[in-house]
Design a protein around this ligand. Sequence first.
Ligand code: HEC
Length: 137
Amino acid sequence: MKVLALGLAMSVLAAGAAYAEGDAAAGANVFKKCASCHAVGEGAKNKVGPELNELIGRTAGTAPEFKYSQAMIDAGAGGLVWTAETLHQFLSKPRDFVKGTKMTFPGLKEQADIDNVVAYLATFSPAADAAAAPAAQ
Ligand code: HEC
């Protein structure tokens, strides 16, 4: 049991560290690939894809008034929550990670691009700051 608890604590730390690893400024540049379909920041509205404010810690498929695929709704109902780790998996190969998603974006090949875009999105997610803060000390 102790080992399991330690493993959990370490994965939480690792998730925090992942935000710290990414470069939010570089991530803003990566986000240009997403911006045709997604908005983030003050006043962001749903476009082809849902707005991405407060994404970290959000259950998949729950942005108000966005018409998700049944696949994304089911993923959220099944417990999928967006964290650095799940975003890494999703953004590497969206259609492998959530089979049946209507996000047609093929994915980001470079791990650094994913780190950076997650760090950028985390700046619009107060919950991510809370998660990253202990790791940063
Ligand atoms: C061609 C349009 C398009 C592009 C480009 C695109 N997305 Fe998406 N994205 C969507 C759509 C549509 C959905 C909703 C998927 C569903 O309902 O299955 C979505 C869903 C998502 C979700 C899940 C959100 C939620 O509320 O559960 C995340 C996270 C996401 N996209 C991030 C990104 C990022 C980051 C990029 C750029 C690297 C990107 N997307 C590029 C169209 C796009």
